[in-house]
Design a protein. Structure first.
Ligand code: HGY
Ligand code: MN
Ligand code: MN
Length: 414
């Protein structure tokens, strides 16, 4: 039988799968910690492979550990891909990334239930290290899959805990044989929570996402001089901690000067030796800058680096910097964005359009094939927080819109 009518999903099954992943790497107070390539991530990966196999999908794992489950179509050729990630930050929620992968599994199972064979194959993908929390940069697996990042360079990345990515991939048994870059799909779709306050504030159920803003991560290392906190006059100090604090304030001031949508975050700030009575000898900090316009992002980063040089010099410290991530803004396929909007409205859902503040695997596919995303609301705009929450009905609505658009593409409706 070929696909004729809309696909009926099972919201209870979707929720059960999400809860199943939520038990892997579960944190005592709620949420999950499945940092890329840790044992918790391995457990999530093994669970996903088993789920895919139970659905009759053909599972492949590539050289950077991306997992793809493929459901054959009536014809061969490039699949429609539904993807996201199952790794998390250290204080992750139940839905960031996992929702997109689980929604793909639900669509595959609904097709099985209906005994429907689509014209094109359906591929469901979970990309390695989307978060970039342990190993920078983020969107690593999808970046290697689509040729935006070099496999060898990424396998050699050393994480915040000193581990080498390629060694960890082998250790957990997820260094696969499939070549990288991987094949570009006919189209790429991703369902994700918004991770921000817009949908909830606007009273919307769905966003057809128009693109992803540019992302710049810089690591700054400041070398001063450790000295006695009691005996060293303020004018003789080379205080790496003070230089780091000045740079942190400069990042905030930069965002205020440039105004929205520029955002600036110092997420890592480590002082050494980190003792009460010792003036910090070294400081390591990271600055995450984002903007929807590439030139503005470049100007903001240049201005921050210049101000960091001045701050370090005035504190008698040496500054070294390293780029950890540098991704330009991307725009999604306008026709696909419109199809998401139409599909959501046809379901009676309050629908809008917005760019994504967060990075996503979809941004690696956007230059190479028709790509778009579906957002569902995040309660209180919270994410990268164990209290991350989206109502079950909203999760189900997002999955249904994803299914409706995917079905059109799977049948190759022009
Ligand atoms: O950094 C991001 O925006 C994503 O969570 N990796
Ligand atoms: Mn995510
Ligand atoms: Mn995330």
């Amino acid at each position: 039988m070929t696909v004729t009518a809309a696909l009926r999903l099972d919201p209870a099954r979707l929720r059960a799968r999400l809860e199943g992943f939520g038990r892997i790497g579960a944190l005592p107070g709620g949420g999950v910690c499945r940092l890329a390539l840790t044992d918790a991530d391995r457990a999530g990966r093994d669970h996903l492979v088993a789920e895919m196999q139970a659905l009759g999908l053909t599972v492949t794992i590539d050289r950077i550990g991306n997992i793809t489950g493929t459901r054959q179509g009536r014809e061969d050729g490039p699949p429609v891909m539904i993807g996201s990630h199952i790794d998390s930050v250290a204080t992750g929620g139940l839905y960031d990334g996992t929702l997109g992968v689980v929604a793909g599994l639900e669509i595959a199972e609904a097709l099985n239930d209906a005994d429907l064979t689509t014209r094109r194959p359906l591929a469901i993908a979970a990309f390695t290290n989307e978060e970039g929390a342990r190993f920078a940069p983020d969107m690593m697996g999808s970046g290697v899959h689509q040729g935006a990042l070099d496999l060898g360079a990424m396998l050699a990345v050393r994480g915040i805990d000193g581990a080498v990515l390629g060694d960890e991939l082998a250790r957990i048994g997820h260094s696969g044989p499939a070549p990288c870059p991987g094949p570009t799909p006919a189209a790429y779709l991703e369902l994700h929570i918004e991770q921000g306050p817009v949908l909830e504030r606007e009273g919307l159920d769905i966003a057809a996402v128009t693109g992803v803003q540019g992302i710049s991560w810089t690591e700054m290392t400041i070398a001063g001089q450790s000295n006695h906190a009691g005996t060293t006059p303020m004018g003789l100090r080379r205080d790496a901690g003070l230089a780091a604090a000045r740079i942190t304030l400069a990042a905030r001031a930069l965002a205020q000067t440039f105004g929205p949508p520029l955002v600036a975050t110092v997420g890592v700030l480590e002082l050494s030796p980190g003792l009460t009575n010792v003036i910090p000898e070294t400081a390591r900090l990271t600055v995450d800058l984002r903007h929807t316009d590439a030139d503005t992002l470049t100007r903001a980063r240049a201005q921050l680096l210049a101000e960091a040089e001045v701050a370090a010099a005035e504190e008698g410290c040496a500054l070294s910097t390293r780029s950890l991530a540098d991704f330009p803004p991307v725009a999604f396929d306008p026709a696909l964005v419109a199809r998401i909007e139409t599909a959501a409205r046809a379901r009676g859902l309050r629908t809008g359009r917005m760019p994504s503040g967060a990075g996503h695997d979809a941004q690696m596919f956007a230059p190479n094939c028709p790509t778009a995303m579906v957002f569902v609301p995040s309660q209180a705009g919270l994410s990268h927080n164990i209290a991350e929450h989206t109502e079950p009905a909203q999760l189900a609505a997002g999955a249904q819109v994803l299914a409706d658009v995917a079905l059109d593409l799977l049948e190759g409706t022009p």
